[in-house]
Design a protein around this ligand. Structure first.
Ligand SMILES: Cc1cc2nc3c(=O)[nH]c(=O)nc-3n(C[C@H](O)[C@H](O)[C@H](O)COP(=O)(O)O)c2cc1C
Length: 175
C-alpha cells in the first residue's frame, strides 16, 4: 500500500501529489492532517513538498518520524520553480535530509510555477530581496537557479507537467 503526503502553499505541489497518487493508486493526505502512526499500514511513503528558500516545506514530519518509516520505501519529491541539475540537487539533499535519510531516501525535484500577482506580500518581498541580491552578482557567473529566478521575476509561469512524474512512478512501483 502506498501513501502520498504533501504540503503546498500555492497548489503546484498538491497538483503533482494528486497526479502521483492517481497514477499509483495511493491514498493521499495533506501532511498537516496526519500523524506518523496513520502511515503505519503503508509500505511506501511518498512525501511531496514545495521548495522555499532551499527548504522542502513540511519535510520535518518525515525527518522527525523517519525512524518509524525506516523499513518502508520513502521517496521525497521537492517542487521548485527553477530547473535543477547535479550539484543543485545534491545541495537540496544535504540541506534537507538527515544522515539516515541521505542513504535511505530517494529525492526527486519537479518544476512548479510562480504567480507573482497572486503571491502573498511577504513572499513577494522575499523574492524582491533575492532578485536584488542576484542583480548585485557578476552576471556572467550566475548559476542556473539565479538565471531562472531572474527570467521569471514578476511573471505568471507554470512549468507543471504530468509527464515529469514518470521516474517517480517508476521508483514507487519497481520492486
Ligand atoms: C518566497 C519564495 C521562495 C522560493 N524559494 C525557492 C527555492 O529556493 N528554490 C526553488 O526552486 N523555488 C523556490 N520558490 C518557488 C516555489 O518553489 C514554486 O513556486 C513552487 O511551485 C511552489 O510550490 P507550491 O505551489 O506547492 O507552494 C520560491 C518561491 C517563493 C514565493
Amino acid at each position: 500500500m502506498i501513501a502520498v503526503a504533501f504540503k503546498s502553499k500555492y497548489g503546484t505541489t498538491e497538483k503533482y501529489a494528486k497526479w502521483i497518487a492517481e497514477e499509483v493508486g495511493a491514498d493521499i493526505y495533506p501532511v498537516d492532517e496526519i500523524k506518523a502512526d496513520d502511515l503505519e499500514k503503508y509500505d511506501t511513503v511518498v512525501y511531496c513538498g514545495g521548495l522555499y528558500v532551499g527548504g522542502i516545506m513540511g519535510l520535518a514530519f518525515i525527518k522527525k518520524n523517519y525512524w518509524k518509516f525506516r523499513k518502508k520505501k520513502v521517496i521525497v519529491v521537492a517542487v521548485g520553480s527553477t530547473l535543477k541539475k547535479g550539484d543543485a540537487i545534491a545541495e537540496i539533499k544535504n540541506k534537507n535530509f538527515s544522515e539516515a535519510m541521505k542513504t535511505g531516501v530517494k529525492l526527486f525535484i519537479l518544476r512548479g510555477g510562480l504567480n507573482y500577482p497572486q503571491m502573498h506580500i511577504f513572499d513577494r518581498f522575499l523574492m524582491f530581496l533575492l532578485v536584488t541580491s542576484i542583480k548585485f552578482k557578476k552576471q556572467s557567473n550566475l548559476d542556473d537557479d539565479s538565471k531562472g529566478i531572474l527570467a521569471t521575476y514578476g511573471k505568471v509561469v507554470d512549468f507543471t507537467n504530468k509527464k515529469t512524474i514518470a521516474p517517480i512512478v517508476h521508483a514507487i512501483t519497481k520492486v
